[in-house]
Write a protein that binds this ligand. Structure first.
Ligand code: AMP
Ligand code: ZN
Length: 494
C-alpha cells in the first residue's frame, strides 16, 4: 500500500541550517521525535501549552502522512536549577521546601495538572514519557563515557563538560549560531572559589550539599545530574544515537540544546539529531509569557473567565484554534480581541462543517475539490503552515455557503471527498474538537445545569435558602461551581 508520505513532499525549517529542508527520515516510514517536556514544579501556563500544542500538530500530521512515529516527551523532575544556571536551588526541591512536601509530591501534583491541561486541549499522549529521575543510571553512564573521551573533568564531587576542549575539535555553537570566542569575551572572569575551568563549561553532575534533598549515589559521591544531560540520556535510550527530529521552545536553543549536541557528540562521534525544530513564543502584552516574571495566564483561568486580562471565558477548542492560526515559528501575542476573533472564526468553520452534512447534491460541481485538497496538503508540507491551511478551510466554507444558497452546485462524490478532507484536517491534523456546550459541558448537561440554576434562582427569590444552598453545595461537591453576577449565573466544571 502506498502511504501519503510517498506522495507528499514535506519540508521543515531546520534550526541547524536555518533553512527549509526536505524531510527524509533515517528509516523509511519511521520517525523518531524527541521534545523537551515541562519542569514539573508549577502549573503549566498557556505559553508552555503553545509549544506542546505545536509539536502535537506536527506529531498528528506525521502520523496522518502514514509515518510510524515514536514520540518521546520527557518530564523534568530533577536537575533543573533556578535561572537555568549551574548554581542555585533545584526548582522542584525549592517548591517542596516552600510547601512542606516531598519533592515527588510536587512532581506528582504538577504532572497531573500537565496531563489534565493537555487533555483539555486535545493533545495526543506521546509514545513514551520518561522522567529524569527514572534515568539516573543512564545519565551516569553517559558522564563516564564523556570523561573517558576526555571532554569532562571532575572537581570536588562535581563533573563539568569542558567546552573549550570540545570546541577545539567540534563546533560548540552551531545550533544557536554563537561563537565560543564571543561568549568568552562577554563573560566575567571566574572567581577563585569556582570549580569550573571556564565559565562556558556546564555541569554534568553536581555534588549534593548536605541540605540538598534530591540526591543519588554516583562514582563521584552523592549528587544529582545537570539539566542538559537527561535529554541526551532519554533520547539516546529510546530513539538511538541518531534520530530524526528534536523539538522544543525557541528559548531552549541555547544553552540547553547546544549542550545536548555537545554531550552526544562527545560520546557518540555522530551528531544526534537530523532536524532541530523550534517553536516560537507566546507573548502577553508583547512580552514572553513566563513563570518567573508573572507575565502569564493559566489555561484554567481562561476556561473559567476568572482573570484580569480577558473579558469572557474561552473554550479549549477556541484557544487551540487561535494557536493554529499562527505559524509555529512565529511569535504570537495573546489578547482579548485576538481570542474574540478566533472564537468567531472557529464557530464559522464549525457551522460550515455542520451545513455540509445537509447540503443538496446535483450532477455538476462548481468546486474543484481535488485541487483544493492538494492545496491543503501543500500548506502543511510547507513546514506545517497551519495559517495557510486554515485559509483554505475557510475557502471551503465559502463554497459550502454558496452551494447552500443555491448559487453553486456539488456532486455527491465531491461532497463526500470534501467532508472527508475537512474532517481530516480540522479534527485529526489541527486537533480541534466540535463545540460542546458552555465551558466544556455536553449540550444535555448544559441543559440540566441551566434548569438547576433556574430552580435555584426561583428558590432565592422565594427566600427558600435551604433549597438554593442545597443546589449550590451539591453541585460544588460534584466539581461544578456557580458564579453569580449582574448578568446572571454562570458555571464552571473542574
Ligand atoms: P519549562 O517547564 O520551563 O521547562 O518549559 C516547558 C516548555 O515550554 C519549553 O519547551 C519552553 O520552551 C516552553 N515555553 C516556555 N515559555 C513559553 C512561551 N512563552 N511560549 C511558548 N513556549 C514556551
Ligand atoms: Zn531537553
Amino acid at each position: 500500500m502506498t502511504q501519503l508520505f510517498q506522495q507528499q513532499q514535506l519540508k521543515v525549517t531546520n534550526s541547524l541550517s536555518g533553512k527549509k529542508e526536505v524531510f527524509v527520515p533515517l528509516k523509511e516510514g519511521y520517525v523518531g521525535m524527541y521534545v523537551c517536556g515541562p519542569t514539573v514544579y508549577s502549573n503549566v501556563h498557556l505559553g508552555n501549552c503553545r509549544t506542546f500544542m505545536s509539536f502535537d500538530m506536527i506529531f498528528r500530521y506525521l502520523k496522518h502522512l502514514g509515518y510510524k512515529v515514536r514520540y518521546v516527551r520527557n518530564i523534568t523532575d530533577a536537575g533543573h536549577l533556578e535561572n537555568d544556571a549551574d548554581d542555585g536551588e533545584d526548582k522542584i526541591a525549592k517548591k517542596a521546601k516552600l510547601e512542606q512536601l516531598e519533592p515527588m509530591e510536587v512532581v506528582q501534583r504538577y504532572t497531573v495538572d500537565f496531563h489534565e491541561t493537555l487533555q483539555k486541549f486535545n493533545l495526543l499522549p506521546p509514545s513514551i514519557e520518561p522522567t529524569a529521575t527514572g534515568h539516573i543510571i543512564e545519565q551516569i553512564e553517559i558522564i563516564q563515557k564523556i570523561i573517558a573521551q576526555g571532554y569532562a573533568y571532575e572537581k570536588n564531587g562535581s563533573v563539568y563538560f569542558d567546552v573549550i576542549k570540545f570546541n577545539a575539535s567540534h563546533d560548540y555553537g552551531k545550533l544557536s549560531g554563537r561563537k565560543l570566542e564571543d561568549m568568552i569575551a562577554s563573560t566575567r572572569e571566574l572567581t577563585a572559589q569556582e570549580e569550573k575551568k571556564n565559565p562556558q563549561d556546564f555541569a554534568l553532575w553536581k555534588k549534593a550539599e548536605p541540605q540538598h534533598i534530591m540526591r543519588w549515589p554516583s562514582p563521584w559521591g552523592d549528587g544529582f545530574p545537570g539539566w542538559h544531560l537527561e535529554c541526551t540520556a532519554m533520547s539516546t535510550k529510546y530513539l538511538g544515537e541518531q534520530f530524526d527530529i528534536h523539538g522544543g521552545g525557541m528559548d531552549l536553543k541555547f544553552p540547553h540544546h547546544e549542550c545536548e549536541i555537545a554531550q552526544a557528540e562527545a560520546c557518540n562521534t555522530t551528531s544526534p539529531v537530523n532536524y532541530w525544530l523550534h517553536a516560537n513564543m507566546l507573548t502577553l502584552n508583547g512580552k514572553k509569557m513566563s513563570k518567573s516574571t508573572g507575565n502569564n495566564i493559566y489555561p484554567a483561568e481562561i476556561f473559567s473567565g476568572e482573570n484580569t486580562i480577558l473579558s469572557k471565558p474561552f473554550s479549549p477548542s477556541v484557544v487551540r484554534f487561535f494557536m493554529m492560526q499562527a505559524h509555529y515559528t512565529s511569535i504570537l501575542d495573546l489578547s482579548d480581541s485576538a481570542l474574540q476573533a478566533s472564537e468567531k472564526g472557529y464557530h464559522k468553520l464549525m457551522e460550515g462543517l455542520k451545513s455540509l452534512d445537509s447540503l443538496d447534491t446535483s450532477n455538476t460541481s462548481d468546486f474543484d475539490v481535488a485541487t483544493w485538497k492538494q492545496q491543503c496538503y501543500t500548506a502543511m508540507n510547507d513546514d506545517f503552515n497551519t495559517p495557510v491551511l486554515i485559509a483554505h478551510l475557510f475557502e471551503a466554507v465559502r463554497q459550502i455557503n454558496l452551494i447552500n444558497d443555491g448559487k453553486a452546485t456539488i456532486t455527491q462524490e465531491h461532497k463526500q471527498e470534501l467532508q472527508d478532507t475537512l474532517s481530516t484536517f480540522v479534527f485529526l491534523v489541527l486537533g480541534l474538537t466540535a463545540p460542546s456546550g458552555e465551558n466544556g459541558a455536553s449540550e444535555t448537561l448544559e441543559g440540566v445545569l441551566r434548569l438547576l440554576i433556574d430552580l435555584r434562582n426561583k428558590a432565592r427569590v422565594n427566600k427558600d435558602f435551604v433549597t438554593s444552598d442545597k443546589i449550590r453545595d451539591e453541585l460544588i461537591a460534584m466539581g461544578i461551581q456557580l458564579k453569580d453576577s449582574k448578568e446572571g449565573t454562570t458555571f464552571t466544571i473542574n
